[in-house]
Design a binder for this molecule. Structure first.
Ligand code: AHG
Ligand code: MN
Ligand code: MN
Ligand code: MN
Length: 336
């Protein structure tokens, strides 16, 4: 009855992480507790997003965030949910959120050994039209030292111990890596549990899709313009790539992870560092891509090698199938 086994042997995300934890006998289960609180936040946001239209949760919150963006009601609500869930876990010392100008230092009595950087709601511009949006997070361990300080979160992405996202789309999908591959879980609303549905996701070595906002083409630099030109008018006799751009990073990256291809948010004349934020968009997605056999490049270096100086710093990003990113690296190297 192997076929039925999966129906009775439910591999929930909690069991999955406990299995991982059992490989580290010295661990006291702190990570499992932290992850459970992140999962709780995602379940709450999933339900709020699904009810947004009905619960008058669409539209603007009337505030502007440090990014200079008008905050949506769901941006603010999601941020509050995650900050509260993470602080109450008792396993974090510093939080960095896209929606908070300053890093949040957790009060001493509730401190733990982790720092969490997160984008509580990614793709906010798509909320009101019902297109998939998501939450992105990355987890560092605080450097040993008495008081937590900003240097604990201004670490290169390669120091992350875990990263993931939750996509609120036709189904609620949680994708996670703790450094041993990438695994996808789907929320079963009747159980309120995330069930393992995509074990050990491997991104195809090469893809047929490129994903970029062509509306910025006028301002691109040479190598980006050349690469996109090659996607549309291949010179090696291969067929042109397809363009797929949703405008929600979580949705564009999830498709890239499963189908292959390349996602680009390049620098342009207006934004020399591109648009995506290093700590809670570029690093977590780059961590996942490398863990799935792909790669991620900033136009200058491996994305995970970047050392951020500010918590809301931005960087250009080219991530996805190994061979596709290799091509753009060659074009940037040729530019010298
Ligand atoms: P956020 O909604 O968290 O501010 O992020 C939006 C980002 C990202 O989701 C997406 O890839 C990008 O903005 C789209 O930007 P453009 O609309 O400029 O293409
Ligand atoms: Mn935003
Ligand atoms: Mn975002
Ligand atoms: Mn956001």
């Amino acid at each position: 009855h192997a076929a039925d086994a999966h129906r009775t042997d439910l591999m929930t995300i909690t069991r999955f992480v406990l299995n991982e934890q059992s490989k580290h006998p010295e661990s006291r289960g702190d990570f499992t507790i932290l992850l459970n609180h992140i999962v709780l936040g995602c379940k709450f946001v999933c339900s709020a997003v699904n009810k947004a239209g009905l619960a008058k949760l669409i539209g603007l919150a009337g505030e502007t965030n440090v990014q200079g963006e008008e905050q949506k009601k769901l941006d603010v609500l999601s941020n509050e949910v995650f900050v509260k869930a993470l602080v109450s876990s008792g396993r974090t010392s510093i939080l960095v959120s896209e929606e908070d100008e300053e890093a949040i230092f957790v009060e001493p009595s509730k401190r733990g050994k982790y720092c969490v950087v997160f984008d509580p709601l990614d793709g906010s511009s798509n909320i009101d039209c019902g297109v998939s949006i998501g939450t992105i997070f990355g987890i560092y361990v605080v450097k040993d030292g008495i008081e937590p300080a900003l240097h604990d979160v201004l670490q290169p992405g390669k120091n992350m111990v875990a990263a993931g996202y939750c996509m609120y789309g036709s189904s609620c999908t949680f994708v996670l890596s703790t450094g041993t591959g990438v695994h996808g879980f789907t929320l079963d609303p009747s159980l309120g549990e995330f069930i393992l549905t995509h074990p050990d996701i491997q991104i195809p070595k090469k893809g047929k899709i490129y994903s970029v906002n062509e509306g910025n083409a006028k301002n691109w630099d040479g190598p980006t313009a050349k690469y996109v030109e090659k996607c549309k008018y291949p010179t090696d006799g291969s067929s042109p790539k397809s363009l797929r751009y949703i405008g929600s990073m979580v949705a564009d990256v999830h498709r890239t992870l499963l189908y292959g291809g390349i996602f680009l948010y390049p620098a342009d004349k207006k934004s020399p560092n591109g648009k995506l934020r290093v700590l809670y968009e570029v690093f977590p997605m780059s961590f996942l891509m490398e863990q799935a056999g792909g790669q991620s490049f900033t136009g200058k270096e491996r994305a995970l090698d970047l050392v951020p100086n500010k918590i809301h710093e931005r960087s250009p990003i080219f991530l996805g199938s190994y061979d596709d990113v290799e091509e753009i690296k060659t074009l940037y190297a040729a530019e010298g």
